[in-house]
Design a protein around this ligand. Structure first.
Ligand code: NAP
Length: 367
């Protein structure tokens, strides 16, 4: 049987450590978990069974293995120390018999985005970023449809537009939207991103900005920074806007949901997996659903494409389109929306639209 493995790591240290080690997660503080994570070895998490292609009937098996480092540690420690820990975790995947390895969350953010790790390991590697882009853009399109925001005339903002996922997502959205704001921290890098997005066939008017207040121009926002703390606050958003948050840790502050009931915040990157999949581990999603980056690894295993697929920070549109086609062929689908770990219902969307209309009317009347 063909096989894969996927590296996960604690993102919200206390909550995620408790998922595997209830007592440790309970007694240690977040700072202690951050500190001890440096000395902890890689951890075997679980076997993944029941993934079956809808196209070919082929079944695959996989494993979750964990790199113990938290996002904060991965950014604080020297890159070579972080690479060493990810490579050790990859070796565990090799010993289990994995034929391809996916790099989850920050294990694909650090350094060169998987190039050094792929060179050191015998097993082929993918970051999963190509399918993450495809699904994030799909989610924004679908949310726009539900909120009756016509994409062709909409203003879209991409936060983290200089990053691996942000830049190529902006390129795709700029082919369809009216205007696109590329938002980041470094003016020079944003100008380079703007040139790439324009060269990829943009029809949208392009703007660059280092000011989060420019988010108020956008009806549709895709946010995908590697910030450790939230970067989007309630006052940044216009009534009726949609924010698709692909970042882990999240970019949208938890209090946005409570403060702005006239805005739709959705989690980016959740997909339905074909077959009676059992992860034998609760990573916070409902049964049968996975992150898009996990799904990319599964699709490659189902397809028998045992090669370094998405590595490095320069993603290709051709690969984004190819993995979306292969995923769809094997039965992977954009899943229903969730917002801060709760399902988004049709009633919720209708309520957001009604409240947004009310706020816009009040704004026009200057109240
Ligand atoms: N949901 C999923 O399935 C999935 C899959 C893969 C990755 N992810 C998540 O996606 C995110 C980005 O991944 P990536 O590979 O694209 O990372 P990346 O290439 O390192 O890009 C990160 C971007 O975030 C920006 N940034 C970093 N810190 C910031 C801050 N404090 N404030 C504002 N902007 C900041 C960077 O801007 P500068 O240019 O100024 O540094 C850059 O544009 C991560 O959170 C990762 O965990 C999610």
């Amino acid at each position: 049987m063909d096989t894969f493995a996927f590296i996960i790591h604690p993102i919200n240290p206390k909550r995620d450590v408790q998922r595997k080690f209830p007592l440790l997660g309970k007694v240690l503080t977040e700072r202690q978990i951050d500190f001890f994570s440096t000395f902890f070895p890689p951890v075997y998490i679980s076997e993944i069974t029941g993934i079956v292609s809808q196209a070919t009937g082929k079944e695959i098996k996989g494993w979750f293995v964990a790199c113990p480092l938290t996002p904060r540690r991965m950014l604080e420690l020297p890159e070579r120390v972080v690479y060493r820990k990810i490579i050790q975790t990859g070796r565990m995947a090799e010993r289990l018999g994995a034929k391809i390895l996916g790099l989850g969350a920050f294990t694909s953010v650090v350094g060169d985005g998987g190039i050094t790790v792929a060179k050191a390991l015998d097993v082929p590697v993918t970051t999963g970023d190509s399918y993450t882009v495809a699904i994030a853009v799909d989610a924004l399109r679908e949310a726009a449809r539900l909120m009756e925001i016509p994409l062709a005339s909409a203003t879209v903002a991409v936060v983290g537009a200089t990053g691996a996922i942000g830049r190529i997502s902006a390129a795709l959205l700029a082919r369809e939207a009216g205007e696109v704001y590329l938002i980041g921290r470094r003016q020079h890098a944003l100008e380079a991103a703007r040139a790439d997005v324009a060269a990829a066939g943009a029809r949208a008017v392009l703007h660059v900005s280092t000011d989060m207040r420019d988010l108020r121009h956008a009806q549709l926002i895709l946010t995908v920074t590697s910030a450790l703390d939230a970067v989007i606050e309630p006052e940044h958003l216009q009534p009726g806007s949609v924010v698709c948050d692909v970042a882990r840790p999240r970019d949208v502050a938890a209090h946005v949901a409570a403060a702005r009931d006239d805005v739709l915040v959705i989690d980016g990157g959740m997909v339905e997996v074909p077959g009676p999949v059992d992860f034998h581990f609760d990573f916070g999603f409902p049964p049968g659903k996975a992150y898009a980056c996990m799904a990319e690894t599964m699709v490659l295993a189902l397809e028998g494409r045992f090669e370094d697929y998405t590595v490095g920070k320069a993603l290709s549109l051709a690969r984004v389109e190819e993995i979306a086609r292969l995923a769809s062929k094997h039965g992977f689908r954009l899943s229903g929306f969730r917002s801060f770990e709760k399902a988004v219902t049709a009633e919720h969307i209708a309520r957001v639209r009604a409240l947004a209309q009310e706020r816009r009317r009040a704004q026009r009347l200057g109240r």
